[in-house]
Design a protein around this ligand. Structure first.
Ligand code: NAD
Length: 356
């Protein structure tokens, strides 16, 4: 199994190092090859996604990704900024399905800003379409306005669109995922206002006929944002487009109170995937050995389950993480009184020890 290891910037190298230790401790043979990405790649190769890194990602069975970005690259042209690496990988590898589970571990209920009875035991999955929508739609740009009231003023414009096959493929991914969980899909759109959403909803209803065992419901995105904080446990799988998914998946992540805990996967049609923590490169805490490596370690578990066909090993990692939490070990971001504060490396040590 070839795994491309792309640590990236900020805390990326620290947290990926712990995930690699955990993978190596499983007693399996993985061919791990590392390459620079993001700002780190710009520094050595002049581009956030150099050809050699892209080639490695293409030939690997899966990609373990840290995070990219740092304020020191803010002045670079947009196409050279670290974040372009992740957009480029998604596009080149056709990673169209983003899985963002939001799980609230019983030991961490106190870290959430919501009441324990609302959040305790939360286990939902946001499935976000990644390759389409207003993020990639053409035309886009800044032009001179033709609106009578603002004629001649500068205006920004973007184009939202989804084709039927794009909606079908993300819909199927969500229905299949629901079959392995609670058999419920909630499709989130803005069909009362947007034509794109009307088509989205029609297609979801049509393909739902192929999954009679899965209950389909629909929700407007504004209501979904409310329901996620009011009664998040009512959801099972939420499927939505790129823009709405970007916002809702971060909201769902923060419900659990600990962005350092949440893994994610971005998959292509053959289940090859890129696995990364849901958080960014956290430049404010980089190099201090205080970042939480658990989201990256849990991303490695998702990689074993979805891309490498090793569910038993994925279970082992997830159980080891639960064990260290039950032991009361916490990095600074999830520390509460009465628990034991540990560093990034110590958390990695504990997970490796818990594996056996
Ligand atoms: P961030 O997720 O990096 O950090 C937000 C806050 O959460 C910070 O206070 C940070 O210290 C904390 N945090 C994040 N991960 C943590 C962890 N594992 N353990 C403990 N605390 C953690 O978001 P941001 O500050 O908005 O962005 C920082 C940089 O990351 C930017 O350059 C942004 O573009 C980039 N970014 C990259 C990705 C990616 O690589 N996929 C995603 C989001 C943001």
């Amino acid at each position: 199994m070839k795994i491309a290891v792309l640590p990236g910037d900020g805390i990326g190298p620290e947290i990926v190092a712990q995930a690699v230790r955990v993978l190596n401790a499983l007693g399996q043979k993985f061919d791990l090859e590392e390459a620079p990405v993001g700002g780190a790649a710009y520094d050595v190769a002049g581009h956030p996604l150099p050809p050699a890194t892209l080639e490695l990602a293409k030939k690997a069975d899966a990609i373990l990704f840290g995070a990219v970005g740092d304020w020191k690259y803010d002045a670079l042209a947009r196409e050279l900024r670290p974040e372009q690496a992740i957009l480029g990988l998604r596009k080149h590898l056709e990673l169209f399905a983003n899985f963002r589970p939001a799980i609230c571990y019983p030991e961490l209920t106190a870290a959430s800003s919501l009441k324990p009875e609302i959040i305790g035991g939360l286990d939902i999955l946001i499935v976000r379409e990644l390759n389409g929508d207003i993020y990639f739609g053409q035309p886009r740009g800044i032009r001179s306005s033709e609106l009578p009231l603002f004629k001649g003023a500068r205006e920004g414009f973007d184009t939202m669109h989804y084709s039927e096959p794009e909606v079908e493929r993300i819909g199927r991914v969500a229905f299949e995922a629901a079959r392995k969980r609670g058999n419920k899909v909630c499709s989130v759109d803005k069909a009362n206002v947007l034509e794109t959403s009307q088509l989205w909803r029609e297609v979801m209803i049509r393909i739902s006929k192929e999954y009679p065992d899965v209950e389909l419901s629909h929700m407007y995105v504004d209501n979904a944002a409310m329901q996620l904080v009011k009664a998040p446990k009512a959801f099972d799988v939420v499927v939505t487009g790129n823009l709405f998914g970007d916002i809702l998946s971060d909201e769902a992540a923060m419900l659990t109170g600990s962005i350092g805990m949440l893994p994610s996967a971005s998959l292509d049609k053959n289940n090859k995937g890129l696995y990364e923590p849901s958080h960014g490169s956290a430049p404010d805490i980089a190099g201090k050995d205080i970042a939480n490596p658990l989201a990256t370690i849990l991303s490695a578990a998702m990689m074993l389950r979805y891309s490498l066909g090793m569910p038993a090993e994925a279970d082992r990692i997830e159980k080891a993480v639960q064990k260290v939490l039950a032991q009361g070990l916490r990095t600074a971001d999830i520390y509460t009184e009465g628990t034991q504060k540990v560093s990034t490396v110590q958390m990695g040590d504990a997970v490796v020890a818990a594996l056996s």
